[in-house]
Ligand binder design. Structure first.
Ligand SMILES: *Cc1c(COP(=O)(O)O)cnc(C)c1O
Length: 456
């Protein structure tokens, strides 16, 4: 339960209504057997909870930029919705920057963080005035050159890796000893290098760390922030002024994939931070946050039609239209990324009845394409729907083109106030023409016209 008494009951009720309405209104059916649904009410609630949580712990007047990690849900309408809720954008590629700009995010609400920025990307970011966190000494060299050649309004900083250790999921642990991100602070000479970098560059005004995503305990996240803060204090003391004026604490608040309740909450994290690092909130430092998964995950649902219900070796298997193309991590690493599945009947109503251990399979042509294996659910029949919950971040907006399966349509929804549901298209379903075009359709003869000398 969170600050707003949010056990997720309202969220679950809105979701059930939306699934029923999606079937009734024809968004879901035999000819459109998979959709992504976004709970606009829930997204607004999470954004408000984030703002309130940090407003509660910061000194009055502290500048705080909450920059949504665009990689979590790279959809322009989502970024625009968050912009309306006072949330900026953290981008990590030219594509993500283009999405943020298309959503109308201003440069002063945008932060660029990728580990592989090209000279052209850096030049553009500095020309636009977007905040940049340099990942490593070579990147800082490039920034030096740009700062010498042109005036920029970009707030500039360095990303450090406090090396406080990993969490339960290796692939999302960014603060391990050998992580590829940032300047590894505990390596020999690294701390002194960072200190020098700031002493030599009066225009370096920010310090950044992102300690990990999903699977990192709050205490470890707070420790990462505490070490970053301690470094900023040390640098400022050594320089004799508040040169570092803003600390970017990254994102990474884990999401509860086990029930509808929000846990942990932004309020809990903000209080844990104030407890661990009180000086960070006394008004001397501006703050940037970069939450992704925790803002969107619980507000997305993938709903897929059961095309066939079969049995194999005594196991019931529902073959649906949602699999590896929309739930890539879950299918490839099911132990780390289990998803809740709910069963709906052919009219989109929650299915009841005795639970049967079954597999919920996807449409891709490999045996491991399972959304859930051996899961106890009301038996899914042909024409029913299976919903994969908490998939608003890192799922349906992260399409994986296996088997040339089309990207599903994504629809936002709100209650219409009269017992119904209103939908808006956030992304059209991908057409076959688009699949062909993206698969080299314009170059059909390109390879047959190539001949090595001497061959036919
Ligand atoms: C991925 C990432 C985030 C967001 O992480 P979440 O776990 O989605 O909150 C924030 N900052 C950086 C630098 C990232 O790479």
């Amino acid at each position: 339960m969170d600050e707003y008494g949010n056990t997720g009951e309202g969220r679950a009720a809105r979701r059930d209504e939306a699934v029923r309405a999606a079937v009734e209104q024809g968004l879901l059916g035999p000819d459109s057997p998979i959709v992504g649904l976004l709970d606009v009410t829930g997204i607004r609630e999470s954004a408000a909870e984030l703002r309130a949580a940090f407003a509660e712990v910061t000194a009055p007047g502290t500048p705080v930029l909450h920059a949504f990690a665009v990689k979590a849900t790279p959809l322009v309408p989502v970024l625009r919705l968050l912009r309306e809720e006072g949330i900026g954008a953290e981008v990590a590629s030219p594509g993500e920057l283009a999405l943020a700009r298309a959503a109308g995010l201003s440069p002063d609400r945008t932060v660029l963080d990728s580990p592989a920025k090209t000279p052209a990307e850096l030049r553009e970011a500095l020309a636009l005035g977007i905040a940049v966190n340099a990942d490593n000494p070579q990147e800082l060299d490039r920034i030096d050159g740009l700062v010498r050649s042109a005036v920029s309004r970009s707030p500039l900083g360095i990303r450090v890796n406090p090396q406080v250790g990993g969490g339960s999921i290796g692939a999302t642990s960014t603060a391990t000893a050998t992580s590829k991100f940032g300047v590894a602070l505990r390596d020999e000479g690294a701390r002194e290098w960072v200190m020098r970098a700031y002493l030599d560059r009066p225009w370096l005004s920010r310090l950044h760390a992102h300690t990990g995503s999903q699977g990192i305990p709050l205490s470890l996240m707070a420790q990462g922030v505490a070490e970053t803060y301690a470094l900023a204090e040390e640098i400022n003391r050594r320089i004799g002024r508040q040169q570092i004026d803003t600390i970017d604490i990254g994102g990474g608040l884990p999401v509860n994939f086990a029930s509808d309740a929000t846990a942990p909450t932004y309020a809990e994290y903000a209080r844990a931070l104030r407890e661990a690092v009180p000086g960070l909130f006394d008004g001397r430092y501006g703050l940037v946050t970069e939450f992704g998964r925790s803002l969107l995950a619980k507000h997305g649902t993938i709903v897929a039609r059961v095309e066939y219900a079969k049995s194999a070796g005594g196991r019931a298997v529902a073959v649906t239209h949602a699999g590896v193309q929309v739930a890539t991590r879950t299918v490839y690493v099911p132990g780390s990324w289990p998803l809740r599945i709910t069963a709906y009947d052919g009219k989109g109503r929650p299915k009841s009845g005795p639970e049967v251990v079954q597999d919920v399979a996807g449409p891709a042509c490999f045996a491991g394409d399972l959304l859930a294996e051996g899961r106890a659910l009301p038996l899914l029949d042909q024409g029913d729907y299976a919903a994969a919950l908490d998939t608003g971040a890192y799922y349906f907006a992260h399409h994986y083109a296996y088997n040339s399966l089309a990207r599903p349509g994504i629809y936002g929804f709100v209650p219409d106030g009269a017992g119904g549901v209103r939908f808006a298209t956030a992304r059209d379903p991908q057409t076959l023409a688009s699949i062909v075009a993206e698969s080299g359709g314009a170059h059909a003869g390109a390879l047959t016209t190539l001949h090595a000398p001497g061959s036919r």
